[in-house]
Design a protein around this ligand. Structure first.
Ligand SMILES: NC(=O)c1ccc[n+]([C@@H]2O[C@H](COP(=O)([O-])OP(=O)(O)OC[C@H]3O[C@@H](n4cnc5c(N)ncnc54)[C@H](OP(=O)(O)O)[C@@H]3O)[C@@H](O)[C@H]2O)c1
Length: 337
């Protein structure tokens, strides 16, 4: 059995980690932290965990005897926690954006404050198994990808890695409100976002450089992404629609075979005719598709933001880092209806 800890255990991604890991055959949850609920039973706060997690929240973690810690907090925290954990020989998966960009100047530009752990920033592996599986297996520290970034990168990676599209891309992505975390805001307040759809952070969203970085790593290209996120009045799920220009003549069948070659053996990414949020919610699966129209390609990616877009993907990475079966604990289908 491997022991893990969760820093930020009361949040949406921390709770989702616990929901997945409480049934994992090879992983035991040893501790979950919360500053506001320290001393309370986990299952009194996250009542869906009653009968599954028998722990009290603690204010901090004792990393001793832990194999791996998930840091499921807002950005800016993991860079403070990570150095000591790694020093103590504990592997780390950061759910936030702290370690996703490769240089401190870019981090400051997009996150608006200094990065304090340049040392581990350069060694952190981007936790998308479909693109970086071998690096994740050897990693001590993984930067778990952003939710929008996951749907968008998986939608376009086969096109970029086969070198058949131009660098400039337009991405129109839509997310359920759980993507914003547990702290309420005016934008995610139900009377404001319910029965509506709202664009925000046009061209300035922090997942933009992350998407460009991953596409560049698989293509030697210089991807330029114009990314517009939208808030959908649903709780879970992301659909990302990406518009690209082909550099070669190709048919829908050619495109389908490129995706099949890339994802045909992947347990969690599937090329389907009509990707849908409903089909993947509650699961670690991602549905993708791409169609051609007059020299352009429209590519789609659908995920559950809390599973493949966060905690499920993090468990997939933890399985690889701990030498476990990659699909352990996350091998369930989506909800369907
Ligand atoms: N929600 C998503 O769909 C999603 C998807 C991918 C990635 N992410 C990223 O994952 C991270 C967590 O997201 P979330 O949605 O789970 O956030 P959340 O719901 O707001 O939860 C944040 C958690 O962190 C704890 N926390 C807050 N400030 C802290 C601090 N200064 N020190 C220690 N603990 C602190 C909170 O508990 P206490 O205040 O009690 O300590 C809470 O448990 C974020 O960086 C987010 O961008 C989220």
């Amino acid at each position: 059995m491997k022991n893990i800890g969760i820093i930020g255990g009361t949040g949406y991604t921390g709770g989702e980690l616990a929901r997945i890991l409480c049934k994992h055959p090879d992983i035991e949850i040893a501790a979950m932290t919360s500053r506001q609920n320290a001393g309370k039973k986990v299952s009194d706060v996250q009542t869906y965990l009653k009968g599954y997690v028998d722990l009290e929240y603690t204010e901090a973690l004792n990393a001793k005897d832990m194999d791996l810690v998930f840091v499921a907090t807002p950005h800016g925290i993991a860079m403070k926690e990570t150095p000591a954990l790694l020093e103590a020989g504990v592997k780390v998966i950061d759910m936030s954006g702290d370690y996703r960009l490769k240089d401190i100047a870019s981090y400051k530009k997009w996150y608006g404050h200094d990065h304090t752990d340049a040392k581990h920033l350069k060694d952190a592996v981007y936790g998308m198994p479909e693109l970086f599986r071998n690096d994740i297996k050897k990693a001590e520290m993984v930067a778990n990808p952003g939710c929008y970034a996951t749907a968008t990168i998986l939608a376009m990676a086969p096109l970029f890695s086969s070198g058949i599209v131009k660098n400039d891309v337009i991405v129109d992505a839509k997310s359920g409100t759980s993507g914003a975390g547990m702290v309420p805001s005016a934008r995610t307040h139900h009377p404001f976002c319910g029965e509506s759809i709202i664009p925000y952070s046009v061209g300035t969203h922090r997942h933009t450089p992350e998407i460009e970085g991953a596409l560049n790593s698989v293509s030697k290209g210089n991807a330029e992404v114009l990314f517009t996120p939208h808030l959908l009045p649903i709780v879970r799920g992301i659909l990302s629609t990406c518009y690209l220009t082909l550099t070669i003549e190709a048919t829908d069948d050619d495109i389908a075979s490129i995706y099949e070659k890339k994802y045909g053996n992947e347990p969690f990414v599937h090329f389907v005719d009509e990707p849908s949020i409903r089909a993947v919610v509650g699961s670690n699966h991602c549905q993708v598709n791409a169609k051609i129209f007059n020299g352009k390609v429209v590519a789609f990616g659908a995920i559950d933001n809390l599973v493949k877009g966060a905690s499920g993907q993090a468990v997939q990475c933890a399985n690889l880092m701990l030498g476990l079966k990659e699909t352990s604990g996350i091998d369930v289908p989506g909800m369907g209806v």
